[in-house]
Design a protein. Structure first.
Length: 146
């Protein structure tokens, strides 16, 4: 029996209720925080608080709602850490859908059509997709430690 080697797959396959590496939970939380902060910045710009000349109340309201969804998702990852992956996926998917609506309104001429708006929307779509990929690759049922 000494010549038989066994492989330990426990570290590769996540078991139900297993603890993921601390980095995966932190990565999902980082994306949620970063995305929420950028939406808050965009909203404040559209309300004329950060920068003048880019006021658009409807866009500011929409960005505030998206920021709130992302912050609620971030809070949920702390209160229910077992659902960090699902929460990250849900919050970022809603944010992506809202952003795509924003791009649609820009395309049809309803929303603000400035270069900073277009650049922000294109950039944040990339960040949201990246965050969704990170959340999707987190093992299902895995809980981030700390």
């Amino acid at each position: 029996m000494d010549d038989v080697k066994t492989a330990n797959f426990d570290s590769i396959v996540a078991k139900e209720g297993a603890t993921a590496s601390p980095r995966t939970g932190r990565a999902i939380r980082f994306f949620l925080l970063f995305e929420a902060a950028t939406y808050l910045g965009a909203a404040l710009s559209h309300f004329g608080i950060f920068v003048g000349g880019y006021e658009h109340r409807a866009a500011g309201t929409a960005e505030s709602v998206i920021a709130t969804v992302l912050l609620a998702g971030l809070a949920a990852t702390w209160t229910a850490p077992a659902f960090t992956r699902g929460t990250g996926l849900a919050a970022q998917t809603l944010a992506l859908l809202g952003t795509l609506v924003g791009l649609f309104t820009i395309a049809i001429g309803v929303g603000p059509r400035t270069v900073p708006d277009l650049a922000y929307h294109v950039s944040i779509v990339g960040v949201l997709i990246w965050g969704l990929v990170v959340a999707k690759r987190t093992p299902s049922g895995a809980r981030p430690s700390a």
